[in-house]
Design a protein around this ligand. Structure first.
Ligand code: AP5
Length: 189
């Protein structure tokens, strides 16, 4: 089973993807986590990525598509995967479709978590205030741009998946466990 967990920053994509990974034994592929890993390694590429991510902009399609192409062909994705943070542009969505086609695989569901913008801001503020390592893009200024980039470049992908009959919209304002139950109902149907 192959899924996309879709939604704006702070919608709960990562939270839900981890739970689905554990229950269904399919691999979570978080492009944000992978990129933060590269930044933490302090390579030249990592340094270039950091300035893009700190500004709340998107990393180039070329870099991200190569990353995903490598991951989904790994043995750990054989039983399926949950894309968390990818695709984010129409070009990424089309390239993903091509990749899956070449591998004779398909996307099963695109799960969209719908959350009010005010609640997103509150959630990111809450996460920034939590103990542990704070993400350098979890600040007011960057968040405003992350939301703008989502609305301008990422949300326009939705009709692409709607036309293909794959979109499943979920009320992401519900408590975490209720969102999980709704996702599971879709996956188990
Ligand atoms: P990425 O890491 O993907 O960040 P994001 O999309 O902004 O999403 P977040 O991780 O902030 O939120 P989430 O939806 O996972 O929510 P979470 O579960 O954490 O990307 C970071 C950057 O990397 C991008 O800006 C870009 O630069 C680059 N990048 C990544 N992918 C790319 C791509 N494909 N192309 C180009 N560039 C790319 O939850 C948030 C908080 O809310 C948590 O504290 C959580 O506990 C809480 N919460 C979750 N669910 C609920 C709920 N139902 N009720 C109450 N609280 C909740």
């Amino acid at each position: 089973m192959n899924l996309i967990m879709f939604g704006p920053p702070g919608a709960g994509k990562g939270t839900q993807a981890k739970m689905i990974q554990d229950k269904y034994q399919i691999k979570q592929l978080s492009t944000g986590d992978m990129l933060r890993g590269e930044v933490a390694s302090g390579t030249d590429l990592g340094n270039r990525l950091k300035s893009i991510m700190d500004a709340g902009e998107l990393v180039s399609d070329e870099v991200i598509i190569e990353l995903i192409a490598n991951c989904i062909s790994e043995a750990e994705c054989e039983k399926g995967f949950i894309l968390d943070g990818f695709p984010r542009t129409l070009h990424q969505a089309e390239e993903l479709g091509n990749m899956l086609g070449h591998m004779a695989r398909k996307m099963d569901h695109v799960i969209v978590l719908e959350v009010d913008e005010d609640a997103l801001v509150e959630r990111i503020r809450g996460r920034a205030g939590e103990a542990g390592e704070t993400r350098s893009d979890d600040n007011e200024e960057t968040l405003i741009n992350r939301l703008k980039v989502y609305n301008d470049q990422t949300a326009p992908i939705l009709p692409y998946y709607e036309e293909r009959g794959l979109l499943r919209k979920i009320d992401g304002m519900l408590p975490i466990n209720e969102v999980t139950a709704k996702i599971e109902a879709i996956l188990d149907a």
